[in-house]
Design a protein around this ligand. Sequence first.
Ligand code: B12
Length: 260
Amino acid sequence: MVSSKGVDYAKILTRYDIKAQNEASPEKIAEKMLPKDPALKKVAETVVWMKFKDVGPATTDALKTQKPLDVINKGLVVGMEIVSKLYADHIYYLPEIMMAAKTMEIGIAIAEKKIEGGRETKGLVVMHVAEGDPHDIGKNIAAVMLRSSGYSVIDMGKDVPVDEVVAEVIKAKPLMVTGTALMTTTMTAFPRAAEKLKAKKVDIPFMAAGGAVNRDFAESFDMGIFSQKAPQTPPIADKIKAGYGWKKIRAEWDEITGGA
Ligand code: B12
């Protein structure tokens, strides 16, 4: 009879994914991604550790030495990126994501008030999250970026039916329309909306964004252009304001955005 005595099961049945997770503490993961600047680091940390009460003072402090947009992009948003990584590694779950997002929003509201200019609008952008999709955190960040760069935004919110998007674009006549989809089941709303707009002779760039979308998909339908990260949106909008159509944006996408 075969005996199992003396067998070291750790050498036979090793779950390398679990082993890696156990070795990586959230503090170690965060440390690698946190900003180097001490004030921005403090801001990002309040998001990572969901410190509602500390985010205000940390943001106000950072604003003494950093530009408001840097406090948002290099502090608060970096904190949220770390939270997304912790979620992907199964260290954080949805409650932490929601609390971190709330913390980030408190900080954004403070930093946003310090952004100068933007009184005279450069143009109008209609933004929405795809029909059936509740994920609006990324869209809200992109809206802040656009507003702070001097654009007016009509924010239609989340889970917006295709026909409502079409009606709003026809009524408001924006420079461009943006759509966010984080679910593979909802991103198909964009080509449907673009098709309906085309039928009404509307020919403006339709920016498809959000985790479910990639450049190939965004450029697979007429009018579709891609933006991967919220801060890429203002430079694209500036080109549209300068007269670029969706075909030219696609052709010069790498130069405009500095690559993905
Ligand atoms: C938070 C969250 C939720 C929250 C959303 C709260 C909210 N108000 O947004 C809640 C709890 C409601 C939720 C629900 C669901 N969720 Co969810 N959720 C997430 C989670 C964990 C984080 C998303 C997030 O906010 N990230 C942080 C932000 C900052 O990142 P972001 O949105 O990607 O935005 C960045 C870019 O994409 C881009 N961007 C985004 N929008 C825009 C717009 C413009 C114009 C530009 C330029 C850029 C841009 O810029 C941002 C930063 O630079 C993701 C997992 C993940 N890792 O993505 C799952 C995830 C998106 N959810 C998922 C699912 C399946 C669901 C549910 C169906 C779960 C369920 N079974 O019930 C439900 C939806 C039910 C429904 N139909 O109503 C899946 C989608 C899978 C898929 N491929 O289809 C994911 C990927 C989780 C997973 N791995 O399975 N969810």
